[in-house]
Design a protein around this ligand. Structure first.
Ligand code: NI
Ligand code: MN
Length: 218
């Protein structure tokens, strides 16, 4: 399995010849340089409806005959735009040929691009060959992260650190500790001025908790 950071909260997972995308904010993402046309994209997972997460999901899904998995209301929006979808909701698990995904609570808002109701914002736990990766989506620091540790036991967390719209450096460092992960990858920072942070301050804080931080360049 290969993980590629596209920038912001967008990641590509290459698993056995196919590519899985989470929150594919690409064409409008000033940090992204990812040519999705050259990937065998099968599934797209979207944490919530904000433009910096839904991104290019609908266009990619239609072009690649890939499915979008999202909370029920957001999935229905995508279906109305012509994408094939797997509607899911918080607490639910969906299994694919390449692994499993659970949708878990995130403390954030969500809406469709036209301002409609998009259901609740989510985080996503992936299980790929026993490796459990928690993509937190956009979220504040929440007590639910302790439950995520107990139930899903993620080894790697992808956490927003940019503040302003989500938790910031200090809260994300505490989240890493609560989650009990071995490694943390910061995301959702330095894309726009409102979320500019010192990523090395995050690295320093999590390392005082004995957790490895991996800072990926898009
Ligand atoms: Ni958001
Ligand atoms: Mn966001």
């Amino acid at each position: 399995m290969k993980l590629e950071y596209i920038g912001h909260s967008a990641f590509a997972f290459d698993v056995k010849g196919r590519t899985i995308l989470i929150d594919p904010f690409i064409s409008q993402n000033p940090l992204a340089n990812f040519d999705w046309k050259n990937h065998n994209i099968k599934n797209i997972l979207v944490t919530h409806g904000h433009g910096d997460h839904l991104g290019d999901a609908i266009e990619i899904a239609k072009s690649k005959y890939a499915t979008i998995t999202a909370t029920f209301e957001l999935a229905n929006y995508c279906a109305r735009q012509g994408a094939s979808t797997n509607p899911i909701n918080l607490g639910g698990k969906i299994s694919f040929e390449w692994g499993d995904a659970w949708f878990v609570p995130a403390k954030h808002s969500s809406s469709t691009p036209d301002g409609g109701y998009a259901g609740e914002a989510a985080g996503i736990i992936l299980n790929i060959d026993g490796l459990r990766i928690y993509h937190a989506g956009d979220t504040a620091l929440t007590a639910e992260m302790g439950l995520i540790k107990d139930i899903y036991k993620p080894q790697i967390a992808l956490l927003p650190i940019g503040g302003h719209y989500t938790m910031g450096v200090d809260e994300a460092a505490i989240a890493s500790k609560i989650l009990g992960v071995e490694k943390v990858i910061p995301m959702h920072y330095n894309t726009f001025p409102a979320i500019n942070v010192d990523v090395n301050a995050f690295k320093y804080k999590v390392e005082t908790y004995g957790i490895e931080s991996i800072i990926l360049r898009p």
